[in-house]
Design a protein around this ligand. Structure first.
Ligand code: GLC
Length: 609
């Protein structure tokens, strides 16, 4: 416990100050400290050794070979034991970080894919036991894979014991939520709080008949927002987190974290108090379980993001999703125009070095078309028409579109909508396989390779959505399930087909081509000095708006990474890249300073010959 005391010494004053700034409750703070000590004292020797190792290396998670994967336990392995029995597949792709979608207890129906949690402390029996989770975490760790848990912190299910007791009239538990006797205050909130799901769950409050009160519910009606202004609720959530940290979880995804604090007259997003809470959680983990990292799910405008990393002295999240990179990559593909991708990448690359993003193409959620509207206007792009183009294109309805996807939360008032679909279906593999058109298939495969190569090229590290590696296509069966038919995100939440995984080792198959792409990218990244986390990464002008490029630099050595978003042959030129360079994928030798001819959707990783 000496380590614990030393670390507590470092964080105690700040933690006390932050806690009292929100709660002014000394007893609650003392109870929190007692709880931290209990968890520290029962942390296993193996995890304590990991704590000591990582304390001296705060960027351990982003070693240059880092590759993440995200998956639903039931879709990948049936249950936790099933996931454990398929670790080899993760190793085959070089995965070092595994994000499991929510695995704690949820109601049987209408559970928002596990994001309505009815018990924070136990694994859902459908998926196994707490011991299975511990065993999985241990096996993964043995293979150098860190387990990330989805921590659904903004809301619980209305079937959680706290909600049930609130419904039964217990005031103590009503205070775990935001409950109101009549519409006066909810109506005030509604004036300034936007809707998350305007189509599927309009409004931000729901009426609880049992309580006779209105309850704050930002997401689906069965998800009640938790009241972080109550120190007892904060302590209960910290308790759950420490419990999982001691069971071997090495990273927490902070689900919907920008929403956790509410104040009248505001959008109730990204408020200052959110940062106080995240900072407290960071301090608590760094004292009790410093091996553990925080990944924020912050799908917000780029200007809100930097705050979630905190400052080098007072850090908050270790990692954030590069959601706006993802949106701009898909946007560049459909419009064959990289100008917005350039400006978004420049904004991100200008962030300080502690800003580490997970770069990805698809996850379990939709693609929300959040472009930088000011920048669009500067470029003469109409933001609304551009958004409509994107979702029409990716739904496949736009003439000549190769994509297959679905709309999500179309709002007829604002014409806003988001898009769903697997990577393979969105890049055209589904349509090409259906039509049997070999040329179209080749183009679709190139689009896949282009986009994933870019994801593996950016600063930060790549996150692969399970199923992408073998080109899983959209699964439309959700339309027949009454529980899911209104939520098109299920179109890309399909069971992994293990036959396709087997084909990923068979020469000449689509599956092998896609998996090989990811295996190769991992191998090249791990071996190249240009992917050292310290390498400088900048965008580089290509003299062609259909082409995007990055420059990586380590010392005096340069690497040029080129991406053509065009279905045609293109010319690009890269100033100051004199001399000959060799492409890692084809071995082709080019002279970038004089001009390079690019085949459709070509990507190049060029280093000096
Ligand atoms: C997050 C999840 C999403 C879920 C929502 C509500 O945004 O990623 O899937 O619906 O939170 O929990």
């Amino acid at each position: 416990m000496d380590d614990y005391r030393r670390r507590l010494g470092d964080g105690l004053d700040e933690l006390r100050r932050l806690h009292s700034s929100l709660y002014h409750d000394k007893e609650a703070f003392d109870r929190l400290l007692d709880m931290m000590e209990v968890f520290a004292s029962c942390r296993s020797d193996e995890l304590r050794a990991l704590d000591r190792k990582r304390e001296g290396d705060s960027f351990w998670f982003m070693g240059q070979g880092a590759v993440g994967m995200t998956l639903y336990t039931e879709l990948y392995g049936g249950d936790l034991k099933g996931v454990a029995s398929h670790i080899d597949h993760l190793k085959d792709l070089g995965v070092t970080y595994l994000h499991l979608m929510p695995f704690t207890t949820t109601p049987l129906h209408d559970n928002d894919g596990g994001f309505a949690v009815s018990d924070y402390e136990n694994v859902d029996i459908k998926l196994g036991t707490n011991e299975d989770l511990e065993e999985l975490a241990r096996l993964l760790r043995k293979d150098g894979i860190s387990l990330c848990m989805d921590f659904v912190m903004n809301h619980s299910s209305d079937e959680h014991e706290w909600a049930m007791r609130a419904k039964a009239g217990e005031k103590e538990y009503q205070d775990y939520y935001l409950c109101f006797d009549d519409r006066t205050i909810p109506d005030e909130y509604e004036k300034t709080v936007p809707e998350v799901f305007p189509e599927t769950a309009p409004g931000n409050f729901i009426w609880s008949r049992e309580m006779g009160k209105w309850v704050f519910s930002s997401f689906y009606p069965k998800q009640w927002d938790l009241n972080y202004a109550n120190p007892a609720l904060f302590a209960a959530m910290v308790k759950a987190m420490l419990l999982w940290a001691n069971r071997g979880v090495e990273a927490f995804r902070l689900d919907a974290v920008p929403y956790i604090w509410k104040r009248l007259g505001t959008s109730c997003r990204n408020l200052e108090e959110v940062h106080v809470i995240v900072r407290m959680i960071r301090i608590i983990l760094s004292v009790v379980a410093p091996a553990v990292i925080l990944k924020g799910e912050v799908v917000m405008a780029p200007r809100e993001l930097a705050a979630y990393f905190g400052t080098p002295d007072r850090p908050e999240c270790h990692l954030l999703y590069g959601a706006s990179g993802m949106v701009n990559i898909w946007g560049a593909l459909s419009s064959m125009d990289t100008r917005l991708l350039y400006s978004q990448s420049e904004d991100f690359l200008a962030l300080p070095a502690n800003a580490v993003f997970l770069n990805y193409l698809r996850c379990h959620d939709d693609i929300g078309w959040g472009f930088d509207e000011d920048r669009e206007r500067q470029l003469g792009i109409d933001p609304l028409l551009h958004k409509i183009y994107q979702y029409e294109f990716y739904s496949g309805r736009f003439p000549l579109s190769y994509a297959r996807g679905e709309l999500y939360n179309y709002d007829p008032k604002t014409k806003d909508a988001r898009s769903c679909g697997t990577t393979a279906s969105l890049v055209g593999i589904e349509a090409a396989l259906e039509s049997g058109d070999g040329k179209a298939l080749e183009m679709a495969l190139r689009r896949f390779e282009l986009l994933y190569t870019l994801v593996y090229s950016l600063r930060g590290f790549p996150l692969v959505n399970s199923g992408d590696e073998v080109g899983m296509l959209n699964d439309y069966s959700y339309r027949d399930d009454p529980d899911r038919k209104d939520d098109s995100r299920y179109v890309h939440r399909m069971k992994l087909d293990w036959n396709k995984v087997a084909l990923s080792h068979v020469e000449g198959t689509v599956e092998k081509r896609l998996s090989d792409c990811l295996r190769r990218l991992k191998a090249l990244r791990s071996a190249s000095p240009f992917f050292d986390p310290q390498a400088e990464v900048l965008t580089w002008h290509a003299h062609n708006d259909r082409v995007f490029a990055l420059r990586r630099r380590i010392g005096d050595d340069l690497m040029l990474l080129v991406f053509s978003f065009s279905p045609n042959e293109e010319e690009a030129r890269f100033d100051f890249f004199t001399g000959l360079y060799k492409d890692a994928f084809t071995g082709r030798i080019v002279e970038p300073g004089r001009g390079v001819r690019l085949s459709p959707y070509e990507r190049l990783w060029l280093t000096r010959v």
